[in-house]
Design a protein around this ligand. Structure first.
Ligand code: KIV
Length: 254
């Protein structure tokens, strides 16, 4: 296994793991130089970079283009590339997609789904490619599921997410994202899980680490901010201020 991934696995139960999305060279270089453990080239780029309403419009070509730029920038962080919708329908197709993303510089790939994707994950892992799973809310299924909502609210749903985690672990993934899942459920899954769990919208301190979307963290996409996002800067306001200042300067008579 890649030594960067081994270092992440060694943090289980010892130190929290930080993960943040980035989609291009400058964002990835800044995030890497700040010391992040893992950079996710998330298919959330469909929304925050390309202006689509959700992630279901993202193609493999989009992901290859952005992953290549991020990989060029990241010197220390593990670069994880998201596998977009319809590119891992079968285990064979999943392996082909994973190989394409690794060929442009990813260290690992991420795909959505637990028990339903066990064989797909196993096929990729057996080919020597590290996989991060993704359970709980699955953004690529948001249309079928009728929107973004908290998962694991009933005992049945919580048990299904636990089974998804077990399937991802059996398949050999090194990590799993738990998205928008009731906090107590995310904590219970993390306790039972031998690999690294990464929460988003799943509560503070419930998982082995957290992932956030770059634009949510930095205030870079003011038109939509998920309720759970903790904004720590307001780069949109700063951009607007600087551009207005520039326009005024250009328009000022000599
Ligand atoms: O695409 C993405 O940014 C993600 C995170 C929300 C985990 O999958």
């Amino acid at each position: 296994m890649n030594s960067k991934i081994e270092a992440i696995l060694a943090k289980k139960g010892k130190a929290p793991v930080s993960e943040l999305t980035a989609y291009d060279y400058p964002s990835a270089r800044l995030v890497d130089e700040a010391g992040i453990d893992m950079i996710l080239v998330g298919d959330s780029l469909g929304m925050v970079m390309l202006g689509y309403p959700d992630t279901t419009h993202v193609t493999l070509n989009h992901m290859l283009h952005h992953t290549e730029a991020v990989a060029r920038a990241a010197k220390n962080a593990v670069v994880i590339a998201d596998m977009p919708i319809h590119t891992y329908e079968t285990p064979e197709q999943a392996l082909e997609t994973a190989r394409a993303l690794m060929a442009v510089g990813a260290d690992a790939v991420k795909l959505e789904g637990g028990a339903a994707k066990e064989e797909h994950i196993r096929t990729i892992v057996q080919a020597g490619i590290p996989v991060q799973g993704h359970i709980g809310l699955l953004p690529q299924k948001v249309k079928e599921e009728g929107g973004y909502r908290m998962h694991g609210k009933t005992d049945e749903e919580a048990a299904a997410i636990m089974r998804d985690m077990e399937a991802v672990v059996r398949a050999g993934a090194f990590s799993v994202v738990i998205e928008c899942t009731r906090h107590a459920v995310a904590a219970e899954i993390t306790k039972a899980c031998p690999i690294i769990t990464i929460g988003i919208g799943a509560g503070k301190g419930t998982c082995d680490g957290e992932v956030a979307v770059y634009h949510d963290l930095l205030g870079g996409f003011p038109w939509f901010v998920p309720g759970f996002a903790k904004q720590r800067a307001n780069i949109s306001a700063e951009i607007t201020r600087a551009v207005k200042e520039y326009i005024a300067d250009v328009q000022r008579p000599e």
